[in-house]
Design a binder for this molecule. Structure first.
Ligand code: FES
Length: 109
């Protein structure tokens, strides 16, 4: 399914927001880190399940990496690369995100 989603651009640094993907079982999330906004599908490359247990919680306790709550894999925020854990070397699936007129615009292919 192809869709364009629009979310408010009001995230604080290191804050995440989960959102549904139309017609898909997995959700996705946006994260602001060091002034940049990134979006990823909420599917861990280890088992293909959701990364988070709590809504909008995708970061490690130090707020440096995206963390999978299941087996504690850590992913770099800027490119979704897994640096440690059972899926080390794999990556999260990014979604293109742009900022337009005070909104985050995410294209779902
Ligand atoms: S499901 Fe994410 S590390 Fe295992």
């Amino acid at each position: 399914m192809t869709a364009t989603l629009t979310l408010p651009d009001d995230l604080a640094d290191n804050e995440c927001r989960q959102f549904d993907l139309p017609g898909e079982s997995h959700s996705a999330f946006v994260i602001r880190h060091r002034g940049q906004v990134y979006a990823y599908r909420n599917a861990c490359p280890h088992l293909g399940i959701a990364l988070n247990w709590l809504p909008d919680q995708f970061m490690d306790p130090d707020r440096c990496f995206i963390q999978c709550a299941n087996h504690n894999a850590l992913f770099t925020v800027d490119d979704g690369h897994c640096i440690t854990g059972p899926c080390a070397g794999d990556t999260l699936t990014p979604l293109p995100v742009a900022r337009r007129d005070g909104k985050l615009v995410i294209d779902i292919a």
